[in-house]
Design a protein around this ligand. Structure first.
Ligand SMILES: [Zn+2]
Length: 212
């Protein structure tokens, strides 16, 4: 823990202490350091735990798992000698064929489209900040991506699909043999890595990088 002093620094973004209303200039902090109010010692802000490189690694890992998680079967049923496998997309189509279009669209949006767009958006944001932040065209793209980030992360609900896989396994295990396949593993890994990525991602911090 370090005390934030009121030194002059290049960063012009200013914040208020939420206890004593002291105006404080924000500074870039090293990882796991918290800025304290010089007057009342209230914690003002933390440095995001993850560096850009850490987020880039998480993002690329998630994208690597994204493809097999959506192409490989997530569940395999062995019933009276017949074997049935299904992917997330086929599952959604099966629901749609029964007339539940809204459910199918909700599943596809929350388990496939939104997570994919979210990962691509975070990847583009990191790459722009790392390599192309000075170019006005890319700054504009970054601004748009940051604007829609909240919506995309709200639509990403991999956990719901994760829970539904568990429910079907528990409900069906008395009737059929269930084999969890490589697709299930990839989907679980995609879920975990995306969870960590969303934990490390700080929208305010990304905006502050744009404004620097
Ligand atoms: Zn204070």
């Amino acid at each position: 823990m370090k005390l934030l002093t009121e030194e002059k620094c290049a960063d012009t973004s200013v914040t208020l202490c939420r206890s004593c209303d002291l105006v404080i200039r924000k500074r870039a902090l090293p990882s796991s350091v918290r800025a304290l109010c010089p007057r009342c010692h209230t914690a003002i802000y933390d440095a995001p735990y993850c560096s850009l490189n850490g987020m880039l690694a998480l993002c690329l890992t998630a994208l690597i798992f994204f493809v097999p998680a959506n192409l490989l079967p997530v569940i395999e049923l062995h019933f009276l000698g017949s074997i049935r496998t299904t992917t997330i997309f086929e599952g959604a189509m099966a629901v749609a064929n029964q007339g539940y279009w809204v459910v199918a669209i909700a599943v596809l949006t929350s388990a496939v489209i939104a997570p994919g767009l979210l990962l691509l958006s975070v990847l583009s944001q990191i790459l722009i900040i790392k390599y192309r932040l000075e170019v006005p065209f890319f700054r504009d793209i970054l601004k748009r991506l940051l604007k829609y980030h909240g919506l995309l992360s709200q639509l990403t609900m991999l956990e719901i699909y994760m829970i539904s896989i568990f429910i079907s396994v528990f409900q069906l295990r008395d009737y059929t043999d269930i084999h969890l396949e490589m697709g299930t593993f990839c989907f679980a890994m995609l879920f975990l890595v995306t969870l960590f990525l969303q934990r490390e991602y700080h929208l305010e911090h990304m905006w502050s990088l744009l404004n620097d």
